[in-house]
Design a protein around this ligand. Structure first.
Ligand code: GTR
Length: 427
């Protein structure tokens, strides 16, 4: 009898979890099936106090929101770890046919008997003394962003992608330049900006395994994986972006007050969290960041909290799983992540065919974050109506939806540059 009960119990819980985590998960793409929900008010504290000015926002509301996202969504970074040393492993004043200066810099860390280093590839425009830079992670190695033969190939673990010649989780020469379109390096340099990029798996390999990357350097004795409220991979990647920022503060060729953190998709989620947690970033760009990024979770349109936690159990902190199929009980939503970036400029971009990332939910987040920007007398998104395709709305909060799929395109970069010129240089 006992056994029957046990087996029944296992069967029921299996049923429950496969329904919850969706063996047959079907994303909702029907606007009429979006559940009704109340958008949490960024200007009302958890204790229902009205937030009327910048002082109350910064003293009461911002800290409690930051705390909520830290302990329940992305996870807290359990300690401090400074750059132990850095080394310029390669440089040239005549890169890209004389157009740019190039540097490849290793940042080195060690603690608890573990050592970690990651490399920043930096291109700077030649005619600018202290350059503003776009900083962003890449998915398949620094050598994929350009055809420049001098860019080193990382030896870190990489996700397999046979079409890029990546098998056995090792990067190869075959993928040099394959992501050139996504970076538009020449355009960036011509506009007077630098580009700095890091292969994200050097900071933390993108897999459900907490024994590698940066995590073990900050474990307590005997710890094997982060606690429920501690950092998943997204927070680990943001840690890396902040260390890149530490480095820029020491590099005379970079204007550390004009670093724009950029990311696509999971790395767009990362850029937003980096901007929220590290106020040294001057501006933030979220390209097609979707669920757990710019999109409102409560809409459950496309990818959902349960689905993302099931497919990528290592991205968020484990506490976030409490909200699997339970988005209504979230006391926050992702517009408040964007609000944490205020008053610094933030750009949310969607793609028409990228329904999985919920373009409308991304737009609405930018819209609902805007009252916080207004407290600072900055202009956000003025209307709840989505703009037409390929018609950017560019204020301190900016948004566009372009034609095409989940990707980063020339159109995206053209508009990011125009907006950065306006927001950071009043051009
Ligand atoms: C998808 C994931 C998205 C997005 C994307 C990416 O598989 O469901 O949340 O982050 O990956 O990073 O390319």
């Amino acid at each position: 009898m006992k056994h029957v009960v046990l087996i029944l119990g296992i069967l029921i819980s299996f049923q429950f979890s496969s329904a919850q985590f969706g063996g047959e998960f079907k994303p909702n793409y029907d606007e009429s099936k979006v559940p009704e929900f109340e958008v949490p008010n960024p200007l009302k504290s958890f204790r229902k106090r009205k937030i009327k000015n910048v002082r109350q926002w910064e003293k009461i509301r911002r800290p409690e929101l930051l705390d909520f996202f830290t302990h329940n969504v992305y996870g807290k970074i359990p300690g401090e770890l400074k750059i132990e040393s850095w080394e310029v492993v390669e440089q040239s004043n005549n890169a890209l046919n004389g157009k740019a200066r190039r540097k490849q810099v290793d940042l080195i860390f060690s603690k608890n008997g573990h050592r970690l280093f990651f490399n920043i590839l930096i291109y700077l425009p030649k005619n600018v003394e202290k350059a503003p830079v776009f900083l962003g992670y890449n998915f398949y190695g620094n050598h994929t962003v350009t055809n420049d033969v001098h860019v080193r190939i990382s030896e870190a673990w990489a996700r397999n992608n046979p079409s890029f010649g990546i098998i056995h989780n090792q990067l190869t020469e075959q993928s040099r330049g394959v992501r050139e379109n996504r970076w538009q390096l020449e355009k960036i340099l011509d506009a007077g900006y630098g580009l700095a990029t890091i292969f994200y798996c050097e900071v933390d390999p993108d897999k459900d395994d907490f024994s590698n990357g940066i995590h073990p350097l900050l474990y307590t004795d005997g710890q094997q994986r982060p606690a429920y409220n501690e950092w998943g991979a997204i927070a680990a990647w943001t840690w890396g972006l902040s260390r890149a920022m530490d480095y820029f503060e020491q590099d005379d060729e970079v204007d550390e007050n004009k670093v724009i953190v950029f990311g696509h998709s999971r790395l767009g989620k990362t850029a937003l969290w980096a901007g929220a947690t590290d106020q040294r970033f001057a501006a933030v760009i979220s390209n097609n960041s979707g669920c757990g990024g710019a999109a409102l979770s409560k809409r459950r349109f496309g990818e959902t909290v349960a689905r993302i936690n099931r497919s990528f159990p290592h991205w968020f902190c484990r506490n976030f799983m409490i909200f699997n199929q339970n988005e209504e009980s979230l006391p926050v939503d992702q517009h408040e992540l964007i609000a944490l970036i205020a008053p610094r400029p933030v750009y949310v971009a969607s793609a028409k065919e990228d329904l999985w990332a919920d373009p409308k939910g991304e737009f609405l987040s930018a819209y609902y974050a805007s009252p916080v920007y207004n407290l600072y007398e900055k202009e956000g998104i003025p209307s709840k109506e989505m703009p037409d395709v390929n018609q950017p709305v560019q204020n301190t909060v900016a948004y566009h939806i372009r034609t095409g799929k989940h990707d980063v395109t020339e159109f995206d970069w053209e508009h990011y540059i125009l907006w950065a010129d306006k927001e950071l240089f009043n051009k």
